[in-house]
Structures are given as structure tokens and as C-alpha cells.
Design a protein around this ligand. Structure first.
Ligand code: ATP
Length: 920
């Protein structure tokens, strides 16, 4: 694929290579690309898409299926098994050889399929995060998937964007780009539009913006010169680094645990071999097989695969609940989150702004109507008035309309919606309610320049000219910020000295009703003024008035905050809005005590120790800048909290990275924020964070359940072999039978737990202790209890049968079936870690468990009755009576576990005075 349209190059300065775009003027570049500053016509763009292909990098080659399958054999245990297969073959024990090889193959196939499923789940998630770009086509802004960009497209950039393709810049406004991804240079680069020398190195081309780099500040417009693999990024293809590895701290911990366990078991098997041969007089062949049996029995080989699947299932469930996990370890961390720091606007509130009041000096107007629908009007003392007959009011509304980048449109359902910032959308709606026509207004007072809104400076200003030779600035922003820039106020058409105290009080009054308040100001400029700088608006402006807008809390956020509280998680609101507004909104959401708030300025005055005390007591932080977020995260973490933090802007990235779980907004979030985050919320909704926490806890529970389930199976089998050899008895289960139980039935059953839904009380218990070992004393006690019980019934029944003269094959068949039934019954019990099984729902609620149990039951019938299985595994048919004994024994173990849960539950209730079980 080539993305360089050089087929019919127009005349150009001699000697410049076709792809040296940085050495060409913007006009030359546009001409050579067959486009204009107004972008490509839509049809042409589609044609070029066909010609050049989509704007994406060819993904790195994956391990092919054959290699993936072979990797399944790369495992110490499998090597041991293959060695035993060779040994048994050398001894001409062909049946055993066949069984061992069969089980090894079956194990590899199961592993291969599971891994494939996990990888597919994660791939699907990655696709959800594909970036979007803003292009100009036919002179109109359109947001489209970055993949659809073609050479010749004109693209708009703003702070937080990831540059979607290689661009020759046409226009910049303070554009600063971080090119570390490409050049390794960590200092962001200031961009311009002047062509540079052809031999300039990549890092010295300020007139270019390269795909994959990040816009840190400012705005820009550029024309696409290369897409996909033809971009500079494509040439060095760093995509490899992006591949999300299928591993997490927990998996690594399990891996280490597994290796230590394998070594210990290897030693034990060797000791057993020597003991059996030397002391008990078994034959070397028999003992070799027993030692291999022990190794297979004791090593939980299915566990890593089950944990991986559990994580992948969790990630999928979270994605269905609109929380997209970018880094797998976040799934585990989510379960231990103790504090969620959330933005207000759009996350806790709906971000559907509606202007409710407009205040000019001396009087306050009301505004009627709902949402962005421009039907509605302006009222004074409850009666509708004509805005046109109140020039002061009209001027406030006009300022709001022109100092504005948003537009209104009707969505597919006919509902009015905003294209752009909702705060600004509300002002457009207001203007239309007041009878101002956006198109006409901007034609009469065209915009010449602007200072865009940034959370740091909390205002936006635009420079306009009218057709009578006047130049002036409209400015809107946070009231205290704007008041500090004003020396006068508009009153009855006159500019009079500013009464700052009056306006501050008025703004607080609106904020106390939960309204977001903006102040609007005007400043006359000299007619030749062409560029707007900060210095132009720092002082001497005239305040026009205030606008108050409502942004109702999301109802599901109110519930989610309540749920968090029950789950022992504190929710803190961190907002750029005014303290009084924040407090009022917090009260409606159940965040904070309705009294205490902290502002960014107050935080600045605190040292780290003071801040730590503060973050413990205060839940509402207002007028906070992104830098404060980083300090807040650090203070909370040094206080031992596990912090989830939301963010959307470029400057939120450090806080997101620092937080234990950084959460970026999928809709209004910048690409920079998304890349820094562990998780992205597809709907920007706080409730989705809570859902993810719930799922994180569930995943962790399910992993614990798998361990609780699998380890006793291994323990029981290993103990059975050990006991038999030590006591000098026949093995109640032969090595090949152990292979069957361990590598086929246990894995089939255990996997069902990956699909276990949340336990009912999962959000009514405190967060898991971070760093607490997975194998707590409680877990170990349970594992030992069940292992011993399994040995007792399996070995017990075997001995009983043998004593009563049953032949050894039949007694073994009974022992194996008993062990598998114990597993199956115990699986149902493991559905609840601590709570006893109370009813049919607890027992039968998971279809996967039922299906797994059914499959294994069928397998056991085959194992017992099918002639070929009898031949392979040395089994015999069982009588009804024997089945009865098996089922009774398995039920006994089930009861034992349930009784132990009851007893512990009573202990806990006695200690805590509550029946809610804690977490280990
Ligand atoms: P959060 O951090 O919870 O998302 P926020 O969206 O209210 O809070 P900012 O967007 O940083 O925080 O806004 C801070 C303040 O800046 C607002 O209270 C408002 O007064 C002002 N403001 C917000 N948007 C604009 C805008 N488009 N133009 C001018 N001023 C704005």
C-alpha cells in the first residue's frame, strides 16, 4: 500500500523529493495533493480510500496457530509426561503410552482453545478503542474514524489529540506536540507552518505533525500527506509495543508459585520413588509410574489457563458494561479500590446543560424550556418577555453565542443535540430562544482570532470585527476569573465601575442552587487588532452579566455512589467548577457532608502532611486544576488507599498514570488521557466505574474459587498416592487414571467457575486488602480440609471394597468415580466462597457449572462402561450399590464443607456483630 499521491505531480520547486513535504510551502503541498484548505470533496475522499487503503498500520504478525499449539507443550510437566511415554513405550506398555500421549494432546488442545478465546476477547476490546479524527471535507467539519483518512484530507488538531496521520501543517495556534513516540525527544515541540530545509531531520521539522505523536497544547490544521504504513510511524512500526500481554501480576505470582511447587513435587516424587523401591520393594517400573502419577496429581496444571480465561471473561463482561480495560492487571486492581476520585461534569452529571438564569446588573431573568431544544423563552418575574426589548440581556446572550465553538443539530431520533462543548451548546440554545440567529450574528461580527478554553485558565475569548470598523473581544469564563479581568460593568447601556462584591454574591447565589455559572465580558479593541493574546484581556474589560446553567446529576450515578458506600469505597468529587456549585451537586449525589469543600487554591497552601489529613476528611474538591489531581492521588496513596481516578484532558495524564486505576472518558476524553489510563469508560458514566469495580471483585472471587476448587483435587490425589506407597498398599488410583481425573475432569469442572456471576454480597463488603496473599489462612484451611476429606472417602471406599474381596480394578474404578463425584459436588459448594449454599439458586444458578457437571458425568459413564475406556484405563463396570456409595461419599464431603462454612459464619457473626462476611 502506498499513500503518496505522486502520480501527476504539478510543477514544483526544482530538486525537492516527492515526499519531502516539510520543504514545500503549504500551497505547493495542497496543489500536489490535489486538495484545498477546505478539504476534499466527499466522493473524492472515498475514491482515495479505495486507492490508498485504510489509514492503519499493518498489525504485527501473530504467532501462527501451529506455533501457538506447539507452545502448549512447552511446560515441565508435559516434558515429564513425554518422558514417561517414552519409558512406557520402551517397556512395551503400549496402552499406558497411548493414554499418556492422548491426555497430553487433549491438554494441549484445551489450552490452545482457551488461549485463543482469551486472545479473541482482548482483541475485540482493542477494536473498541479505535481513535477518531476531525477532518474538513467539503468545507465542513466531520468527525470520522481515523482509519478513513486519506492523503489530501484536511485535519484539525487540538490539545489531547493523537495525530492521526502524517500532516503538513497549514495553520497553527500555539500548537505544541510531544513527539517522544517517534523521536524519543521528551520535550514537546512548538510547531509552525514555515517550510524548512529538505535535509532537516525528523525532529527539526516544525511544519510537520507526525502520526502517533500527541498534541499537548494549542490547535492546528494540517493536510494529510501520508497514511497507514507510509507514515513515519509505519516505517519504524512501533505497534509491537502496543500488544497487550496476556499476563498480570497475579498470573506471574501464580507462575512463580507453580514453579516452586513443581520443584518441591519433583523432589517429593524422587523421594517417593527411592522409598518405594528400596523400602517397600516395589518394582522400579511400578514406582516410576507412581512417581509420575504423583507429579501429575500434585501439580495444578490447569490453573494458569483457568485464571487467564477468568480474566478474559471479566474483561468482556466489563466491556459489555461500557468499561473497556486497556491493561489486564487493572481487572485485579479494580477489586481492591478503596477510593474513587471522579470528575463531576459528564461523569456524575449528565453533561446536558440548560441555561436557567441570566443576570444583568440589577435584575435576573429566568429561562424556560428543556435540554438543547431551542423552544422556550426568557422570563422576568415569571412572565415571558421579548429579549429584543432588553438590550443588556441581548448583549450577554450574543457574547455567549459568538464566544462559542458549539453547534446544535437534531439527532436521528429528532432530539436536539450538541456538536461540541455542552456548556457552549447551552448558550447556543439560549441565543435561539432569545431570537438570535447564529449564522446572521457571526456574519455581522465575524471572528478573527480566539483564545480557546482550557481548564487551566478557565476562560475563552474571541476577537471580532463588525462591518463598521469596530474590533472587540467577547470573553466568557469562571466568574472569579472574569471579574478579575474587568474594571467596569454594563448597567442600563452604560459602562460604570465594577461592583465586584455584588457579582461575587450573585454568582454564589446561583451556584448554591447547583448551577454552573459563567460570567460574560466585553472589551473594545483598536480596529487594526488582528491577533488575540492573553495580555489583551487581562484587564480593563466590561462585565456584561452572568449565566447560570443546570446540569442534573445522572440518576444511575446517585445509585452507584450509594453502592460504593456500601462496598466500603469512598467517592470523591474533583471538579473544575465552583465550590458552592460542587457542594450543592455533591449533596444531591450523596458525596461529601454538604459542608466541607476544598478549592485548588486552598490545596496549594497545604504541605504534603496537611494534604494527607485533608483528603481523609474532605470529599468535594472544587476549582481544581489537573496538577492538583496528581497531588491528591499521591496524598491518598501515601495514606494507604488504592485509588481510581478519572480524567479527560491532556494534563490529567500524569494523575491517571499515577493512580492505581486511571479511568479515561471515552466520549469527551482526549487520546492522551486514554493512553495514560488503565480503563476507558465508553459512556463517560460514573456508574460504569462501579460496575467495573463489581466485576473486578467478581473476577478476583472467581480466581479464588478456581484455586479453592483445583488445589484440593490435586491435594487429594497426591495424598492418596503418598498414603498408598507409605502404607505399602496397592495404588487406589493408577497413574493413567490420575491423568484422566486431573487433566480432563478437573479442568472441565474448574473452568465453569470463570463464568460465575457476582456473589450477592459482593458490593456489601469492604475492599480486599491490597497486597494480601491470595492463599490466605482461610483458603489453606479449606484446601487442607477438602484434600483430607477426599482422601478419606476415596481411599476408605477402596480399602473397604478390597477387604470385602472386590477385585482391584473394580475397586479402583469406584475410587476414581468417587474422587470425580467429590470434585463435582464440591464444585457446587465452591460457587459461594464463604456463604453456605442456601437454596436452589445458589446451587443451580450457573448454567456453565451444570453443563460442566453434566459433561463430566457423561465422561465418567464412558470411563466406567465403554469397552475402549475400560481397555485404556483398566476400569470395570460398577453396581448400583457402588454408585450409591460414591454419591453418598461425595455428598458427605459437600456437607462437611457447608458445615464448616456455617461454623465460620457463626464465628464471624459473633466477632463482628454482623453476618456480612469479610474478605480475605
Ligand atoms: P469537571 O472537572 O468535573 O469536568 P468542569 O467541567 O466543571 O468540571 P472545567 O471544564 O475545568 O470543569 O470548567 C471549570 C470552569 O470553567 C467552569 O466552572 C466554568 O465556569 C468555566 N468553563 C467551563 N467551560 C467553559 C467554556 N467552554 N468556556 C468558558 N468557560 C468555561
Amino acid at each position: 500500500m502506498t499513500a503518496r499521491p505522486t502520480e501527476r505531480p504539478p510543477a514544483s520547486p526544482a530538486g525537492i523529493r516527492a515526499d519531502s513535504w516539510h520543504a514545500r510551502s503549504p500551497e505547493d503541498t495542497l496543489a500536489r495533493l490535489g486538495t484545498t484548505r477546505e478539504g476534499l470533496p466527499r466522493g473524492e475522499a472515498l475514491e482515495r480510500l479505495d486507492r490508498y487503503g485504510p489509514n492503519r498500520l499493518t498489525p504485527p504478525r501473530r504467532r501462527g496457530p501451529v506455533r501457538r499449539f506447539l507452545v502448549q507443550f512447552h511446560n515441565v510437566l508435559i516434558y515429564v509426561l513425554l518422558l514417561s511415554a517414552v519409558t512406557t513405550a520402551a517397556l512395551a506398555h503400549w496402552v499406558d503410552t497411548g493414554v499418556i500421549l492422548g491426555v497430553v494432546m487433549a491438554n494441549a488442545v484445551i489450552g490452545f482453545l482457551q488461549e485463543g478465546k482469551a486472545e479473541r476477547a482482548l482483541d475485540a476490546i482493542r477494536d473498541l478503542l479505535s481513535p477518531r479524527a476531525v477532518a474538513v471535507r467539503n468545507g465542513q467539519r466531520t468527525t470520522l474514524p481515523a482509519e478513513q483518512l486519506v492523503p489530501g484530507d484536511v485535519v484539525l488538531l487540538q490539545s489531547g489529540d493523537r495525530v492521526p496521520a502524517d500532516l503538513r501543517l497549514l495553520k497553527v495556534h500555539n500548537l505544541t506536540i510531544d513527539e517522544a513516540a517517534l523521536t524519543g525527544e521528551s520535550m514537546p515541540v512548538r510547531k509552525g507552518t514555515e517550510a524548512v530545509a529538505e535535509r532537516a531531520a525528523l525532529a527539526d521539522r516544525p511544519d510537520m505533525a507526525y502520526s502517533g505523536t500527541m498534541v499537548r497544547y494549542g490547535q492546528g490544521r494540517g493536510v494529510v500527506v501520508a497514511t497507514g504504513d507510509s507514515t513515519e510511524l509505519g516505517r519504524i512500526s512501533t505497534l509491537l509495543a502496543e500488544v497487550n500481554p496476556l499476563t498480570t501480576p497475579l498470573l506471574r505470582e501464580m507462575g512463580r508459585f507453580g514453579r516452586v511447587l513443581s520443584l518441591a513435587i519433583g523432589g517429593l516424587a524422587a523421594a517417593l520413588f527411592s522409598f518405594g523401591v528400596l523400602v517397600r520393594g516395589y518394582s522400579a517400573v511400578e514406582m516410576f509410574m507412581a512417581a509420575v502419577g504423583l507429579a501429575v496429581a500434585a501439580i495444578p496444571e490447569g490453573l494458569p489457563a483457568i485464571i487467564t480465561i477468568t480474566l478474559a471473561v471479566g474483561v468482556q463482561t466489563m466491556a459489555a458494561r461500557r468499561a473497556i480495560v486497556r491493561r489486564l492487571p487493572a481487572v485485579e486492581t479494580l477489586g481492591s479500590v478503596t477510593v474513587i476520585c471522579s470528575d463531576k461534569t459528564g461523569t456524575l452529571t449528565r453533561n446536558e446543560m440548560t441555561v436557567a438564569s441570566v443576570a444583568e446588573s440589577g435584575r435576573t431573568f429566568g429561562v424556560t424550556g428543556d435540554g438543547y431544544d431551542p423552544h422556550g423563552g426568557v422570563t422576568l418575574d415569571g412572565t415571558e418577555v421579548d429579549a429584543a426589548s432588553h438590550p443588556g440581556l441581548t448583549e450577554i446572550i450574543r457574547a455567549g453565542l459568538l464566544c462559542n465553538d458549539a453547534g446544535l443539530y437534531r439527532d436521528d431520533g429528532g432530539r436536539w443535540a450538541v456538536d461540541g462543548d455542552p456548556t457552549e451548546g447551552a448558550l447556543v440554545t439560549l441565543a435561539r430562544k432569545a431570537g438570535l440567529d447564529p449564522v446572521l450574528e457571526s456574519e455581522e461580527r465575524p471572528r478573527q482570532d480566539l483564545i480557546p478554553f482550557e481548564s487551566e485558565h478557565r476562560f475563552m475569548a474571541t476577537l471580532h470585527h463588525d462591518h463598521f470598523g469596530h474590533a472587540f473581544v467577547y470573553l466568557k469564563g469562571a466568574p472569579e476569573r472574569v471579574l478579575a479581568m474587568c474594571s467596569h460593568q454594563r448597567h442600563g447601556g452604560e459602562d460604570v465601575p465594577l461592583d465586584s462584591a455584588y457579582w461575587h454574591a450573585h454568582a454564589e447565589g446561583l451556584a448554591a442552587q447547583g448551577q454552573r455559572v459563567l460570567a460574560l465580558a466585553f472589551g473594545a479593541m483598536t480596529p487594526d487588532h488582528g491577533e488575540l493574546r492573553f495580555a489583551d484581556v487581562e484587564e480593563g474589560l466590561t462585565l456584561l452579566g452572568l449565566v447560570g446553567m443546570m446540569d442534573p446529576p445522572r440518576s444511575e450515578a446517585i445509585e452507584a455512589v450509594h453502592e460504593c458506600r456500601q462496598a466500603g469505597i469512598r467517592v470523591k468529587m474533583i471538579t473544575g467548577d465552583h465550590a458552592v456549585t460542587a457542594r450543592a451537586v455533591g449533596e444531591r449525589l450523596g458525596i461529601g457532608d454538604g459542608v466541607r469543600t476544598r478549592t485548588g487554591d486552598e490545596l496549594d497552601a497545604l504541605d504534603d502532611a496537611g494534604l494527607r489529613g485533608d483528603v481523609r476528611a474532605v470529599d468535594v474538591f472544587a476549582r481544581v486544576s489537573p496538577e492538583h489531581k496528581l497531588r491528591l492521588v499521591e496524598a491518598l496513596q501515601s495514606d494507604g488507599e488504592v485509588v481510581a481516578m478519572t480524567g479527560d484532558g491532556v494534563n490529567d495524564a500524569p494523575a491517571l498514570k499515577r493512580a492505581d486505576v486511571g479511568v479515561a472518558m471515552g466520549v469527551k476524553g482526549t487520546e492522551v488521557a486514554k493512553e495514560a489510563a488503565e480503563m476507558v469508560l465508553a459512556d463517560d458514566n460514573f456508574a460504569s466505574i462501579t460496575a467495573a469495580v463489581r466485576e473486578g471483585r467478581t473476577v478476583y472471587d472467581n480466581i479464588k474459587k478456581s484455586i479453592l476448587f483445583i488445589l484440593p483435587t490435586n491435594g487429594g490425589e497426591a495424598l492418596t498416592i503418598l498414603a498408598a506407597v507409605l502404607l505399602g498398599r496397592e495404588l487406589p488410583i493408577t497413574p493413567v487414571q490420575i491423568l484422566w481425573v486431573n487433566m480432563i475432569t478437573a479442568v472441565t469442572l474448574g473452568l465453569a467457575l470463570a463464568f460465575e456471576a457476582s456473589e450477592p454480597g459482593v458490593m456489601r463488603r469492604p475492599p480486599r486488602e491490597p497486597g494480601a496473599s491470595l492463599l490466605s489462612a482461610f483458603m489453606i484451611a479449606r484446601i487442607v480440609l477438602v484434600s483430607l476429606a477426599a482422601v478419606a472417602v476415596t481411599f476408605g471406599l477402596f480399602l473397604w471394597e478390597r477387604v470385602h474381596g472386590t477385585e482391584v480394578e473394580e475397586a479402583r474404578t469406584l475410587a476414581v468415580n468417587t474422587l470425580v463425584l467429590v470434585e463435582a459436588f464440591y464444585l457446587f459448594s465452591t460457587r459461594r466462597i464463604r456463604d453456605p449454599i442456601r437454596g436452589p439458586r445458589d446451587l443451580l444458578g450457573n448454567g456453565y457449572v451444570l453443563a460442566a457437571a453434566g459433561t463430566v458425568a457423561g465422561g465418567q459413564l464412558l470411563f466406567t462402561y465403554a469397552p475402549f475406556m475400560q481397555y485404556l484405563f483398566g476400569t470395570r463396570p460398577l453396581s448400583w450399590e457402588s454408585w450409591g456409595q460414591s454419591v453418598a461419599a461425595a455428598a458427605l464431603v459437600f456437607l462437611l464443607v457447608e458445615i464448616s462454612k456455617h461454623l465460620r459464619g457463626r464465628d464471624n457473626a459473633g466477632q463482628n456483630g454482623s453476618s456480612v462476611s469479610g474478605v480475605t
